[in-house]
Design a protein around this ligand. Structure first.
Ligand SMILES: Cc1cc2nc3c(=O)[nH]c(=O)nc-3n(C[C@H](O)[C@H](O)[C@H](O)COP(=O)(O)O)c2cc1C
Length: 216
């Protein structure tokens, strides 16, 4: 075993900073999410809006990648991406997906599951229009998840697009926009000592959220 493998093998992070119980859990999981997100923002967690999005392909192969949470409201969570990307192709054939946040500074993980649909064109336009010019050009230039011959090819494409579109004229391309996940399951995880973590889940059944505790 080399030094790096030994180092990784012996790492033992013990979680000691908090606890989470059914008694403290808000009866509404979205309010609970809101509260933990606020605490993460207050604690200046790095990349607090980064979440792992997991999708499943038509032939049942899972894949995951980080995307940024951009809006959230009433059990709905929005992110923006390319509609021809691998994740978008997955979501077209299977709308079930999950989002995972890990805020190491607070020793917390939140898992959210649900179904995803496209955001409205108005919403995607509004978000696109709020982005810096360079990001707008990037959305036009990137054929996300498809093969790119070289970095130079991408830069050449960007140069051409900068001549084609000014900051005043650039509009959202049709292949780019938002998705929104509507949650039907949440799990709030608080790290505890000796791996005896707290896990509180919320499952939506007959329009009601059922709260349970799970073994760690
Ligand atoms: C911190 C971070 C934030 C990211 N945010 C986004 C995002 O909001 N939208 C997006 O399409 N890709 C984002 N990405 C890139 C994705 O992880 C991924 O590489 C890309 O979306 C292609 O994924 P796909 O081929 O599975 O569709 C982000 C990556 C990182 C590391």
């Amino acid at each position: 075993m080399d030094k790096l493998e030994r180092y990784i093998e012996q790492l033992r992070e013990d979680f000691t900073s908090g606890a989470f119980s059914e008694k403290e859990a808000n009866e509404n999981p979205f309010s609970q999410f809101h509260q933990w997100l606020q605490q993460a923002v207050d604690a200046k967690v790095t990349e607090v809006q980064a979440m792992l999005l997991s999708t499943v392909s038509q032939d049942n192969k899972p894949s995951s990648r980080i995307v940024y949470l951009r809006e959230f409201e009433n059990n709905q969570f929005w992110f923006y991406t390319n509609y021809n990307s691998r994740k978008a192709q997955n979501l077209q054939s299977n709308p079930n997906a999950s989002l995972t946040f890990f805020w190491s500074e607070l020793e917390r993980q939140i898992r959210i599951e649900g179904t995803i649909q496209r955001a409205t064109a108005e919403q995607s336009d509004a978000y696109f229009n709020s982005r810096p010019y360079e990001s707008k050009i990037g959305a036009w230039a990137s054929n996300q998840s498809h093969l790119l011959k070289s970095r130079e090819d991408l830069e050449e494409k960007i140069n051409q697009l900068q001549k084609q579109f000014t900051p005043e004229t650039i509009k959202r391309p049709e292949h780019w926009g938002g998705f929104v996940l509507t949650a039907n399951y949440y799990e709030f995880w608080q790290g505890r000592q000796s791996r005896l973590h707290d896990r509180i889940s919320y499952e939506l059944k007959n329009n009601e959220w059922n709260i349970s505790r799970m073994f760690p």
